[in-house]
Design a binder for this molecule. Structure first.
Ligand SMILES: [Mg+2]
Length: 430
């Protein structure tokens, strides 16, 4: 069944997740933006004059200083090792069409510059893929991957672009067989998928409020995104545990904010609070350091949302650099995600797929992946962000009581409203 058309939609939904979320909740982006309005309260290594020259606003954040640089659509904290963020929900939705009119939808996660991803799809992935049979999906992935490997493009935007198309092909395969994609991938290992809800905030009471709100929505697991410092992270974790009690699972994502020594100190304290994992503890390229952290702590280390292919995973799994692997399906595709999960299974490593700022097609594809993965643990979700992500859907699709259920709907189980999608499409950068 030949692919006759491929289209990429780089989209931006303004106001980030504010439209869909309750007034008493904040996501990490909102919390980060609030830092902009705070004044410098502690002397640090960087001078105020220097910051003023660079048009940045300094703010003490424990032992470090934060310099938020506002770039219009994006912002970054130049005082730390954290990521560049978009003020809006941005992603690249992909549409494929087969010769007999089946439409498949995919997504390449693009939290910043979806135009880059869309351009790669248009210029490289589309001509490599048009005319191929959807049932050659793994071959299509491999041909696209190998075509740029010699030039060093074996991760990053290029792989995202391939994987957006890969997900769309898997949607079309499911629809062509009138079965959910997880069945076409080899079968469902479960009837429902447990979710944890991501929460933001920078103050103990504020984070605890969000945890409590998540529990009120039916979630039994919550994950804190903290970018404070050692003492404050511990203080916040204590407050959240106190508020939600011992029956709720709590995870912490520290966004690579620590060195090896300090994250071990953090972990030893968090072990006393019976947290389920520490995520992204330190520099992700420092595999010996990650091994040291994993050996030193009893609390599991979850990691790997940035890795995209099985080729990146061999050393990590062989050295057991961390305990829980977190592929992001809108970066790995369903083809690459399945390969990583299968490789992890050899090492008895569970899979907890990352979704983060991924859009609604990413959520639906990750659900199919989670249903299909034998060594699946738990899936990331954002109750607060879901309504904004779902704005491009033509029919309802949402989690209930902290889980998604296996549905009989074909493909990814969602329907995109193309008119709504086009409303959010951004024009090319060049
Ligand atoms: Mg993370």
């Amino acid at each position: 069944m030949k692919i006759v058309n491929i289209e990429a939609f780089p989209i931006r939904v303004k106001n980030d997740f504010d439209i869909g979320r309750k007034a008493d909740t904040k996501n990490i982006n909102t919390a980060m933006l609030e830092i902009k309005n705070l004044k410098k309260t502690q002397k640090g290594s960087r001078g105020k004059n220097n910051a003023e020259k660079r048009n940045l606003e300094p703010k003490s954040l424990g032992n470090y200083e934060t310099y938020i640089k506002d770039m219009g659509e994006y912002y970054v904290d130049e005082g730390s090792a954290t990521s560049i963020y978009s003020k809006s929900h941005e992603t690249t939705v992909v549409k494929i069409e087969t010769e007999n009119g089946i439409i498949g939808w995919g997504e390449a996660q693009s939290p910043v510059s979806p135009n880059t991803t869309a351009t790669i799809i248009k210029d490289i992935v589309e001509p490599l893929t048009i005319g191929k049979d959807i049932y050659d999906v793994e071959s299509i992935w491999h041909n696209n991957y190998s075509s740029k490997r010699e030039r060093g493009h074996y991760t990053g935007f290029y792989i995202d672009a391939i994987c957006g198309v890969d997900i769309a092909i898997w949607d079309a395969i499911g629809k062509s067989q009138n079965m959910p994609t997880c069945k076409a991938m080899g079968g469902a290992h479960r009837k429902s998928v447990a979710l944890y809800n991501g929460i933001g905030g920078t103050e103990p009471e504020e984070v605890a409020d969000q945890a409590e709100w998540s529990v009120s929505k039916g979630y039994k697991f919550v994950k804190m995104h903290l970018k404070e410092n050692l003492e404050k992270d511990i203080e916040i974790a204590r407050k959240v545990r106190e508020r939600v009690g011992d029956s709720i699972g709590i995870m912490i994502d520290v966004h690579m904010g620590f060195d090896t020594f300090n994250v071990i100190k953090l972990g030893k304290e968090l072990e006393k609070l019976n947290l389920l994992w520490i995520e992204s503890p330190s520099d992700p390229t420092d595999i010996p350091g990650l091994c040291e952290i994993s050996r030193a702590l009893d609390i599991p280390i979850a990691n790997g949302e940035w890795t995209r292919t099985k080729y990146e995973m061999r050393e990590i799994f062989e050295k057991r650099a961390y305990d829980i692997s977190m592929p992001d399906i809108a970066r790995t595709g369903l083809t690459g995600g399945k390969q990583i999960a299968s490789l992890a299974q050899l090492y008895n490593i569970p899979i907890s797929p990352h979704v983060g700022g991924g859009g609604i097609v990413s959520v639906a594809a990750t659900l199919q992946f989670s249903l299909n993965t034998p060594n699946f643990l738990i899936m990331e979700h954002s109750e607060q962000g879901h309504a904004v992500k779902a704005m491009i859907l033509s029919e309802n699709f949402e989690a209930k009581d902290g889980e998604f259920k296996l549905s009989e709907k074909p493909g990814l189980g969602i329907e995109i409203d193309e008119n709504k999608l086009r409303e959010f499409q951004i024009s090319p950068s060049l």
